[in-house]
Design a protein around this ligand. Structure first.
Ligand SMILES: *Cc1c(COP(=O)(O)O)cnc(C)c1O
Length: 368
């Protein structure tokens, strides 16, 4: 193509495409694996989608010729009721990924800064880059890989517009304390928000010692809470996430939203999944037991790990991460490696008991 036609802003050309966990079919194709391939790479629910969510879909299939409700009315009322917030304090997205994108579009301009942990979920930086803003990266604490709230607070300046903290954090599984949240809030300049990405909050919501974005929001703090149906609810394929924030903040985010951004099937499945209490309890129990199973395995293999409160765990293999990733792939097991940031670690999603056992077996084989 004529280079003049391809000349675009470096907000686009500098973007590094998101590297998703490898899809199962791609691994089978590339490596010619005939048997089972297990994906423990994207923190999906190993028990599958919420059965109530799937059952509700039957009613929606005959109506799929119609556009979805752009306002997500039914889902909005259900989520508002669950959290005890007003319906106008919610915005829904095509996954919370889209809401992160909207945060950048709405609040960031060239010259602005966002503050993130390093490493962290990469879409925060992508949203900043797209907006021409700068990402200030504050290293996680060495060893236990937690957010360094004091250092992040010290990095706040008049240019700071958004401070992103995933809690529990991805990719490490660590959590921040209430004191950490308060440190960050106290450091925010008047124009900044603290974005608490609670993609994994459902796994820790029974623990009152941990900070909850909704409590700070209720107290009037400049917090934006992100949630998703992709993790505990098992609906990653439907792409439904949302933000909870003050209604005037939500109204701004809504300005740049495309009109039918959340698909009809996703709205219906998500609404039903919210109250699928049996599945929610079973998923949490599988996760707790899976963490214990993997930790027991790591102990047996003499490996250390990062304490986790999410549905994945980071293990230090003591070997180059990329080589371990490739060796596991050959055994039909897809995990996640971040060689640049975590040179000897792997991030493994908690699977079913059988998947965890197969992973540990393959890991042992790869170590020797
Ligand atoms: C998985 C994840 C998301 C994205 O979830 P979607 O709703 O599927 O877009 C957002 N933030 C973090 C930290 C995640 O791990």
């Amino acid at each position: 193509m004529n280079p003049e036609r391809l000349a675009v802003s470096d907000r686009i050309s500098r973007l590094i495409p998101y590297q998703p966990g490898k899809p199962i079919d791609e691994v089978k194709r590339e490596l010619g694996i005939v048997g089972d391939v297990i994906k423990l790479a994207s923190n999906e629910n190993p028990l599958g989608p919420s059965p109530a969510g799937i059952a509700a879909l039957q009613t929606v299939l005959p109506t799929l010729a119609l556009y979805p409700d752009g306002a997500c009315h039914t889902l909005r009322l259900a989520v508002a009721k669950k959290h005890g917030v007003s319906p106008d304090s919610l915005i829904f997205g095509n996954g919370s990924d889209e809401v992160i994108h909207l945060l950048g579009l709405t609040f960031l301009e060239p010259g602005d800064e966002i503050i993130v942990g390093d490493p962290t979920f990469v879409l925060y930086e992508a949203a900043a880059t797209l907006a021409g803003a700068t990402t200030v990266k504050v290293p996680l604490t060495p060893g236990d890989l937690r957010h360094d709230a004091a250092a992040m607070a010290a990095a706040c300046t008049e240019k700071t517009r958004l401070v992103f903290v995933a809690n529990p954090h991805n990719p490490t599984g660590s959590v921040i304390s209430k004191a950490d949240v308060e440190t960050l809030l106290a450091a925010l300049p008047p124009r900044a928000f603290l974005v608490l990405d609670e993609a994994y909050a459902e796994y820790v919501e029974d623990d009152p010692s941990l900070p909850r974005a909704l409590d700070y929001l209720a107290a009037g703090a400049p917090v934006i809470c992100l949630r998703t149906f992709s993790k505990l609810y098992g609906l990653a394929g439907f792409r439904v996430g949302y933000a909870v924030a003050a209604p005037d903040v939500i109204a701004l985010l809504n300005q740049g939203r495309s009109p039918f951004n959340v698909n009809l099937a996703g709205q219906v499945a998500a609404t039903a999944a919210l109250t699928d209490t049996e599945f929610i309890a079973r998923s949490k129990q599988n996760n707790d037991e899976g963490i214990a199973q993997l930790i027991a395995g790591f102990q047996r293999l003499g490996l250390s790990w990062v304490p986790t409160r999410a549905n994945f765990i980071v293990v230090d293999t003591g070997r180059p991460a990329k080589a371990m990733f490739d060796a596991l792939l050959k055994q039909g097991i897809i995990v996640r490696a971040f060689p640049k940031d975590l040179p000897t670690h792997l991030r493994v999603t908690i699977g079913t008991p059988e998947q965890n056992a197969r992973f540990l077996e393959a890991l042992e084989a790869c170590l020797s």
